[in-house]
Structure formats: C-alpha cells, structure tokens
Design a protein around this ligand. Structure first.
Ligand SMILES: Cc1cc2nc3c(=O)[nH]c(=O)nc-3n(C[C@H](O)[C@H](O)[C@H](O)COP(=O)(O)O)c2cc1C
Length: 395
C-alpha cells in the first residue's frame, strides 16, 4: 500500500491522503488548519520508550519483539506464556489482510521480524532462544488459519548466547516514508552486510541503483499501486483500519494512523470519506497517484528473494528483512517497503510477474519476498503506534 509520505505525525499509513466526499482529495498531513498538534498520543508510543525496564526475560523479549515492522501495522501476534521457559507465538486471526495478502505471506514476514527481535533481545540478556517453527505443522500454502501457531521460542540457560550488536537499533528503527534524497550513495559496507544477512537465511538480495535499473521497477510499482487503489476490496481493506485523530489512535494503536490537524478537521465536519474508492480516469485517482511520487525517490531499490515460497521461507524472510533494516538504521540509512506489486490477489498478477522478470527471478519457485526503496529520508519521522505488551500476552 502507498505509504505515509504525507503524514506530519510520524505515522505509518500506507495511504496518507484523504479523499473528500465528492471525489476530492487533500494531503493528510500538511498544514495546520486548526493549530492543534499532530503529535501522536503518548499512550500509543509508550511501548517504544523503555522496553528495557522489563525484568522478566520473556517480557523483555516480547517488549522488543512487538516493535517489529509488520504489514499495515496490524501487529498480528499473540504470545502464550503458560509454559515455563517458552514463548508460543500465535498469529492473531483478527489481524490478517485477506484481500491484499490472501495467503498470509506478508503476515508471516511480520511474524518472522517479531521472532528475530525476540531472539536478539534474549541474547542481550545472555540467553539463547531456539526458534521451533510451526510446532503444530506448517499452514497450507494458500490459507493461514486463524490463530496458527507460528513458532515456539525455547529459552536456553543463562550465558548461552552472546549479545547481538544490532540490539541497540531495535528502538531506533522506523520505516520512514517521506521523500528520500536522490543524490546520495549507499555505503559499500552496508550493501555487503545486506547480502551476507540474506545468505545467512538461505535467501538472496540485491540493490538496483541508477535510472536504467530503477525506472522499470518504478513503472511496475506505480502501476501496482493504481491497481490496489482502484480495486474496491483492496482499497477498502486499508480504509477500514484507518485510525483518525488522537482518540481513535489511543483506543487502537495499530493500523493506519491519520492525525494531522487538517484531516481531523475535515473528518469532524464529515468532509471526507476514506471508504470512497478511487475511480480510474477521474481527477480523484490522479490526486491519489500524486501521492506516490515521493516513493519514487531513493538511492536504490533493495530486493529480497527466496528460492522457494514455503511457510518457513516466509518467516525467514521476515527475520532477514528486519536484520537488514537494523543494519540500515545503524548506518543511518532508511528503508521503506513497497509491497503492492508483490501481492497475490488476482488483479496483481501482471505487475507481480513483470517484477520477477525484471529482477531476473525467473526460475520456478523463486519468489520476491520484499521490495524496498532505500536511501536517506529528507524528513525525520518518529515511531509508529504500538499496542501495549500486555495486550498481546496470554498467561
Ligand atoms: C511484509 C511487510 C510489508 C510492508 N509493506 C509496506 C508497504 O507496501 N508500504 C508501506 O508504506 N509500508 C509497508 N511496510 C512497513 C509497515 O507499514 C511498517 O513496518 C509498520 O507501519 C510499522 O511501522 P515501523 O516499521 O516504523 O515500526 C511493510 C512491512 C512489512 C513487514
């Protein structure tokens, strides 16, 4: 989905524009119409503040894991702590994206990122955490049943793991969705460490740079965005998880948060309707497409691909993705996934196949798991909302 280029509030909306009743659209986060603040409610940011304060090792792990990147910020995870020395991670069946992610591939990538941060956090306390994937069996390829058990983390003895240098980046990592500088070069050492990380998880990665390599990708991702925006059920899936204004964000610190004064004012007087689907050939769609423009700014486009597309590979992709993002954060580099063209709903088939072709992923089974623009965000943005630790724990 689009991304939050126009949010002034550090939020991670994939669609940050607002469509007005009657077909108009406005930026969601520019200007200050009312003089009120675009700051996010503190309660929604609290989980970022001090996850280190948790003394219990499993709570410490989860307090860091819940900061993982995940599709639409739905935070699709539940942790079962009823068995000592273990964390059972279940996928929250109420937090899936059946239209844009019909097979649950992206949801499992988010769960993989969650697991990796949990492992890194355990190591910070000198404890190993073994990941036992799908202890009840892997879900079928095309359906992620509600409440699927994704993994069990089995904790080792004290002193069983060395600290991971990426730990310090967990609270610093954010998906920045503003325009990126177009004239800055990515550090060579970072490119190498991205490749090594992918290989460590049985994956491959690469970075397309320069107009000749990036332009075809830009064309495909733009077309994919338009398809997602004009397909009613995929558009509405996003609209339904929008949280507008501090009250809604505090009540539901997840999904797509819209908090600019302008949006709130228009919403209050009933002047926009996020449920109105853009129509091809109208100026309202054009305005929607204008919101995509900053997403074409970057130093490069990083891809992460796998030789197959098993459920285990999808989780591994999430682990590798978040490590790459932490490495980027340490190097002062930003990373922003653009996932539309990777999605598996039928209308997206053309762009998905074209993208695989363009990236040379033509062997049967090879799957593009993540595509992200990478570079240097021109605006500093803060964290996105998170649900509280207690909201995801079952004891
Ligand atoms: C599998 C996956 C797909 C994603 N796809 C997109 C995307 O298409 N557009 C976008 O703006 N953000 C995308 N994101 C980033 C999420 O929006 C972001 O991680 C989430 O809002 C939480 O924000 P944070 O990463 O700053 O903590 C994706 C993240 C994951 C893990």
């Amino acid at each position: 989905m689009g991304g939050a280029t126009h949010r002034s509030n550090g939020l991670n909306s994939r669609r940050s524009f607002i469509r007005l009743v009657g077909g108009g659209a406005v930026l969601a986060a520019t200007g200050s119409l009312t003089g009120c603040s675009a700051e996010l409610p503190e309660v929604a940011l609290q989980p970022w503040r001090n996850p280190d304060r948790e003394s219990d090792i499993r709570r410490f792990m989860l307090a860091h894991a819940l900061l993982a990147p995940n599709p639409h910020n739905l935070q699709p995870w539940m942790a079962d702590l009823r068995e000592a020395g273990r964390i059972h991670l279940n996928c929250d069946g109420e937090r899936l994206l059946p239209e844009t992610d019909p097979f649950g591939r992206q949801i499992l990538i988010g769960c993989g990122a969650f697991l990796e941060l949990a492992v890194i956090a355990a190591a910070q306390r000198g404890v190993s955490a073994k990941v036992e994937l799908f202890p009840n069996g892997a879900p079928a390829d095309r359906e992620l049943p509600k409440g699927s058990r994704v993994a069990t983390l089995v904790l080792g003895e004290p002193g069983s793991a060395p600290a991971d240098p990426l730990f310090a980046q967990i609270v610093r990592r954010h998906t920045r969705k503003s325009a990126y500088a177009s004239d800055r070069v990515l550090p060579e050492t970072l490119l190498r460490s991205w490749d090594e990380t992918a290989i460590r998880f049985g994956l491959r990665s690469g970075v397309a740079t320069g107009a000749a390599a990036m332009d075809p990708i830009r064309r495909i991702t733009r077309e994919a965005y338009e398809i997602e925006a004009t397909t009613a059920r995929t558009w509405l899936e996003s609209a339904r998880v929008m949280r507008i204004g501090p009250g809604a964000i505090a009540a539901n610190p997840d999904g797509i948060s819209l908090n600019s004064p302008m949006v709130r004012a228009l919403h209050t007087v009933g002047l926009f309707d996020p449920m109105e689907v853009p129509v091809k050939g109208t100026s309202s769609l054009q305005r929607v497409m204008d919101r995509w423009v900053p997403f074409e700014t970057a130093s490069g486009v990083r891809w992460l691909a796998s030789p197959d597309n098993t459920r285990g590979t999808q989780v591994a992709s999430g682990r590798a993705y978040v490590r790459a993002h932490l490495l980027a954060t340490a190097a002062g580099v930003d990373m922003h996934p653009l996932s539309q063209a990777l999605q598996e709903f039928p209308e997206m088939r053309g762009p998905r196949e074209a993208l695989h072709q363009t990236l040379g992923l033509t062997t049967a089974g090879q799957t593009l798991q993540m595509l992200s623009r990478v570079g240097f965000a021109t605006e500093a943005r803060g964290p996105s909302p998170r649900r509280s630790l207690d909201a995801l724990i079952r004891t």
